[in-house]
Design a binder for this molecule. Sequence first.
Ligand code: GMT
Length: 377
Amino acid sequence: MARPLKIGITCYPSVGGSGILASELGEELMLRGHEIHFISYERPFRMPVGERVFFHPVVVNSYDLFKYPDYTLPLSVKMAEVSRDRGLDVLHVHYAVPHATAAVLACSMLPVDRRPKVVTTLHGTDTTLLARDPGYGPAIRHALECSDAITTVSDYLRRETQRVLALTRPIDVIHNFFEPHPPRRSRAELRRELGVSENEAMVLHASNLRPLKRIDLLLAAMAQVRPREAWKLVILAGADFAPFMAEVRRLGLAERVIVRERVTDIEDYLQAADLGLFTSDLESFCLSVLELMAFGVPSVATVVGGIPEVVTSGTHGLLVPAGETAAIARAVETLVLDPVRRAALGRAAQPRARELFSAAAIVPRYEELYRRVCAVR
Ligand code: GMT
């Protein structure tokens, strides 16, 4: 049997798809016998606990002489230190900026025979936003050229990365995965706690509320869904929802919208939901759509980026054009009022989530990739 690997993982620790994916990957790799070293400025939000999991904090000091504090250099120093002291085989960085640059720099601080292999996973705006910025693009391109392997979370993101950065080297598409933990509370308990009756459809949205998630559109669309007594909108916010409350009140939705911030027991909410709603202008994958699919819950989502790789419209959910409030409202209303259709979409979505996007389907692809890069001398 192949020996277990020592894998460093760097990600943004705050609530966000890339950090969640990196943490879940760490957990799955640990369960498969590998030793995992998380390197970041804080413990990742869903970092697993286990004998073979370690956390190495990056300390960033602030100096009066700098207008902007720098994270890249202390991160690279910590990466080099952990790689050397723990004998890492692989440094797997999630989200290129600044993690891939720091990993490449860390390697150049180490003797050639002590350098881990660098695997960079692009998640979304590292390509679709930052790579287009002349102040970042060349540095991202350089870090990708120096990585031992590059992966993207969708085929859409692979094509975009090749196009925007004119990259010719191969990119492995390894889709995101989701492996649900057992819920702690029952569906009935959770709905009771939220104040959602069985006669109301529970529409769920989960995100970090950034402008591209189009919370404005989400609220405007829900305001058009009739009758209002037929649904409640539950928003799991990875950031402060307060700035949106005036709009909720202006649209007369105060009685229909329930907000929970920074929840950790995501599965409790997923199993209690009837429908997901995602109105983003762009998503390279949309992990939340997959999380709901894993519980047999379909979504209405915008047909952008990598979402069509996850959902076939009319089979596993409904996809609608981005920015079209009326079309989004119509799709939501159709499914709110038709529990039979909703259930049929959910029944088709669940096996798709398991067969294509579970840990069993995806994690071995990362392991193969690690073995492949480690085999290159
Ligand atoms: O790229 C981002 O906006 C950040 C990133 C994150 O950390 O949440 O989101 C991206 O990564 C997720 C996990 O791979 C994907 O599910 C999201 O679709 C993607 N977001 C965008 O592409 C906007």
